[in-house]
Ligand binder design. Structure first.
Ligand SMILES: [Zn+2]
Length: 285
């Protein structure tokens, strides 16, 4: 189904990816009695109304983390489940969202005019805590929360054992960003990946927040190996820039984030956030 702001793709039975204007992704997962919306895109257009056309079931909302390209549409809903460490992020300045959308439209070459009134308005909203081990019961389908602090201190991923899918947000992919202000150290992220690995027998692929192509679960092992290299100082440490900020890439890559050695996982980090520190516990620096 398509609208001016959203398009969809069914990625598994009763499991729909919803794609936003900037190709950012969220997922609608339906059980027998409830649906779970995983993230809400950048917040242009009314995502709640769009979801209502996709399902008649009551919808719970959960965020993989607090970044605005995953929570912008939250404000159309009455409440959201989110890890407490990331609650402040959903209220970051709206200019971030506007810049994101403008950039995305320019890049895509799409002929779309966005009005100010198309943006959701950030209002104080009810947040419900999720944490490692929390389970959503959707009726003959359960979705489990796994905490993976790294990209942000409150990052979680969601495991659906039935379809053998993990909905991973920005937790681990070909361009995992660990240099932004709310990211943890590489050491903490490495521990998170070891935790996530315990669940590897129960899923095959991870669907993330920015690519309509799942990544195989082996990317976790590659990311873990790369964390070890970064901590040991034996990675490529390629000086680079992303989102206008300087960072280092753990492995050499091409312009499309393909690693030159053929592996998938890559990490953008900064030298001062390699070793563990108190700020890893969710406080912005
Ligand atoms: Zn993010």
């Amino acid at each position: 189904m398509n609208s001016k702001f959203f398009s969809t793709k069914e990625i598994a039975p009763h499991t729909t990816a919803i794609i936003g204007l900037g190709n950012e992704l969220c997922y609608l997962v339906e059980g027998k009695t409830k649906a779970l919306l995983i993230d809400t895109l950048i917040g242009v257009g009314n995502l709640r109304s769009f979801c209502r056309e996709l399902t008649d079931l009551p919808i719970n909302l959960v965020n993989t983390h607090g970044h605005v390209d995953h929570t912008g549409g939250n404000f159309d809903f009455d409440e959201c489940y989110i890890h407490p460490h990331d609650i402040p992020l959903i209220y970051e300045p709206e200019s971030l969202r506007i810049g994101y959308v403008k950039n995305a439209i320019k890049k895509s070459g799409k002929d779309i005019v966005i009005l100010e009134s198309d943006f959701t308005v950030a209002v104080p909203m009810k947040t419900l805590p999720v944490y490692d081990g929390f389970v959503f019961d959707l009726g003959e389908r359960t979705i489990e929360v796994i905490a993976v602090p790294g990209h942000t201190a409150g990052t979680i991923v969601l495991l659906d054992r039935g379809t053998r899918i993990v909905f991973s947000g920005d937790a681990c992919n070909v361009n995992t960003l660990l240099f932004l202000p709310h990211a943890t150290s590489i050491e903490t992220y490495s521990e998170s990946l070891i935790h996530l690995k315990k669940f590897q027998p129960f899923f095959d692929y991870m669907w993330g927040g920015h690519s309509l192509r799942a990544v195989p679960k082996s990317i976790i092992d590659e990311a873990l190996e790369l964390c070890g290299d970064i901590i040991a100082g034996t990675d490529d440490a390629v000086e680079s820039e992303y989102l206008g900020r300087p960072c280092l890439y753990g492995k050499k890559k091409d312009a499309d984030f393909r690693r030159l050695d053929g592996k998938m996982a890559n990490i953008a980090y900064s030298k001062d956030k390699i070793h563990k520190r108190l700020s890893d516990e969710g406080k912005p620096q």
